[in-house]
Design a binder for this molecule. Structure first.
Ligand code: NDP
Ligand code: MG
Length: 394
C-alpha cells in the first residue's frame, strides 16, 4: 500500500495530538511530511524527534532558535512564521493537509493547500465560517477534496454516502448543550471561564470549549455545514442531545432519517478523514448499548444561547457577515478567558460588531481580511466598554 504523506497544521493542539495518535497507530499507512505549532516549542520538538517530518514550522518567531537548536543534526528543516505554512502545504511531498489550527488564522494555509490541489482534512471550521464561498469555489476549481473532521460533519458526510444530494430534505446537527444546558439568562450572568471550560463530554482546546458553552460552536457548525454540504440555511437544524452519542442526522425527502453513532472521541472522525474512503480497524473504546440505555433529544434554546441565533442571522444575510461574527467571537472568547468580559456580554459585543462593520455582499479574500481586522478592532473597543459595565454589575 502506498503511504499517505500528511502535513499536520496545529500538531500541538487537541486535534493535532489526537491525529498523531492515529498516525502513530498506523505506520503502514501514513508518513508525516510536516508538523506545525503556534508557540509550544517543547511539544513540537518532541513530536518532530518521534515522527521525523521533513519540515516543522513554529509560528512564533521568538521560538525559532530553540526549535532550530534542538533539531540541529537531524534532517528536519525548521521554518518560522505563518507565511511558511502556505509554502509547506503546497510541497509535492504532501498528499493530505490536516488543518487543525484554531481561528481565522487557518484561512490562508487552507487556501494555499487547496490551490495546490491537496486533499484537506478540515478541523479548522473558522476557515469555512469566514470565507466558505471562496474556499468551496476554489476547491471545486482545483479538484481539491475537503473531508470534514468535525464530528457532526463527519457524521453527516457518512450518512450521505451512497445518497443523492438533491434527495436530502434537511440535516440535524446534534449539540451536547455544554456545561450550561438548561440554564436561563439570569443564571449565566456571573459564570466564570473556569466553569465554562468544564465540558461534560469532550476534552478540547480552550477556544472551542468556550464556544461549546455559549453555543457559538453550534452556530459556527451550522455555517460550516452550509458550505460543506451545499445546503440552504432552512435545511439546517440543531437538536440538543446531551449524551453526544448520535453525532448528527440526515433526513431525506421520503422522511427517512439516517444517523451516525459512536462514543464522543475525535480520533474516530480524524481517522476517517485521514483514511477515507477506507475504514480501518483500531483499538478505540467502542459504543456499547448496555452503557447507554437512554438517548435523549430536546429543542435548543436560542434565546438563552443567543450566539446560535446570531450565527443563523449572519448566515441568512451572508456576504461578510459570518466573517464579522467569527472575528468578534474570537475577540470576546479571548477576553472572556482572561476574565475581561462576562459570558452574556460576549453576545452583546458580537451583535454590536455585526451592526457596526460595513456589509459586503460578495467579498474577495482581501475584503474578508480587512473585514476580519476591522471587526476585531471594533469588538475590542466594545469589550473595553463592556468591561466597565461588567465590573459595575459584578
Ligand atoms: P487547540 O487550541 O488545542 O490547538 C490549536 C493549534 O493551533 C495548536 O497547535 C496551536 O499551537 C496552533 N495555533 C494556535 N494559534 C496559532 C497561530 N496564531 N498561528 C499558528 N498556529 C497556531 O485547538 P483544537 O485542537 O481544539 O481546535 C483546532 C480546530 O479544530 C478549531 O478550529 C476547532 O474548532 C476544531 N475542532 C476541534 C475539536 C476538538 O475536539 N478539539 C472538535 C471539532 C473541531 P500551540 O499549541 O503552539 O499554541
Ligand atoms: Mg463539532
Amino acid at each position: 500500500m502506498e503511504k499517505k504523506s500528511i502535513a499536520v497544521l496545529g500538531a500541538t493542539g487537541s486535534i493535532g495530538t489526537q491525529a498523531l495518535e492515529v498516525i502513530r497507530a498506523h505506520p503502514d499507512r501514513f508518513t508525516v511530511y510536516a508538523l506545525t505549532a503556534g508557540s509550544n516549542a517543547d511539544l513540537l520538538i518532541a513530536q518532530a524527534l518521534e515522527f521525523r517530518p521533513s519540515v516543522v514550522v513554529i509560528a512564533d518567531p521568538d521560538k525559532y532558535k530553540q526549535v532550530q537548536t534542538a533539531l540541529a543534526g537531524t534532517a528536519i528543516n525548521v521554518l518560522a512564521g505563518n507565511e511558511a505554512l502556505e509554502e509547506v502545504v503546497q510541497h509535492t511531498g504532501v498528499d493530505t493537509v490536516l488543518c487543525a489550527l484554531v481561528g481565522s488564522v487557518g484561512l490562508r494555509s487552507t487556501l494555499a493547500a487547496i490551490e495546490a490541489g491537496k486533499t484537506i482534512a478540515l478541523a479548522n471550521k473558522e476557515t469555512l465560517v469566514v470565507a466558505g464561498a471562496l474556499v468551496m469555489d476554489l476547491a471545486a476549481r482545483k479538484g481539491a477534496r475537503i473531508l470534514p473532521v468535525d464530528s457532526e460533519h463527519s457524521a453527516i458526510f457518512q450518512c450521505l454516502a451512497g445518497e443523492q444530494a438533491q434527495q436530502v430534505d434537511k440535516i440535524y446537527l446534534t449539540a451536547s448543550g455544554g456545561p450550561f444546558r438548561g440554564k436561563r439568562r439570569a443564571d449565566l450572568n456571573a459564570v466564570t471561564a473556569e466553569q465554562a471550560l468544564r465540558h461534560p463530554n469532550w476534552v478540547m482546546g480552550a477556544k472551542i470549549t468556550i464556544d461549546s458553552a455559549s453555543l457559538m460552536n453550534k452556530g459556527l457548525e451550522v455555517i460550516e455545514a452550509k458550505w460543506l454540504f451545499n445546503l440552504d440555511v432552512s435545511q439546517i437544524d440543531v437538536v440538543v442531545h446531551p449524551q453526544s452519542i448520535v453525532h448528527s442526522l440526515v433526513q431525506f425527502k421520503d422522511g427517512s432519517i439516517k444517523a451516525q453513532l459512536g462514543l464522543p472521541d475525535m480520533k474516530l472522525p480524524i481517522q476517517y478523514a485521514l483514511t477515507y474512503p477506507d475504514r480501518v480497524e483500531n483499538a478505540f473504546p467502542r459504543f456499547d448499548f448496555t452503557d447507554f440505555s437512554t438517548l435523549t433529544f430536546e429543542p435548543v434554546d436560542r434565546v438563552t444561547f443567543r450566539n446560535l441565533e446570531l450565527a443563523y442571522r449572519a448566515l441568512a444575510t451572508a456576504g461578510n457577515m459570518p466573517c464579522i461574527l467569527n472575528a468578534a467571537n474570537e475577540v470576546v472568547v479571548a477576553a472572556f478567558l482572561k476574565g475581561e468580559t462576562g459570558f452574556l456580554a460576549m453576545s452583546d459585543v458580537i451583535e454590536e460588531t455585526l451592526a457596526a462593520v460595513t456589509f459586503m455582499q460578495q467579498p474577495t479574500l482581501a475584503d474578508y481580511e480587512s473585514t476580519d481586522q476591522q471587526s476585531r478592532i471594533i469588538a475590542r473597543e466594545l469589550v473595553t466598554k463592556s468591561r466597565k459595565i461588567y465590573h459595575i454589575e459584578k
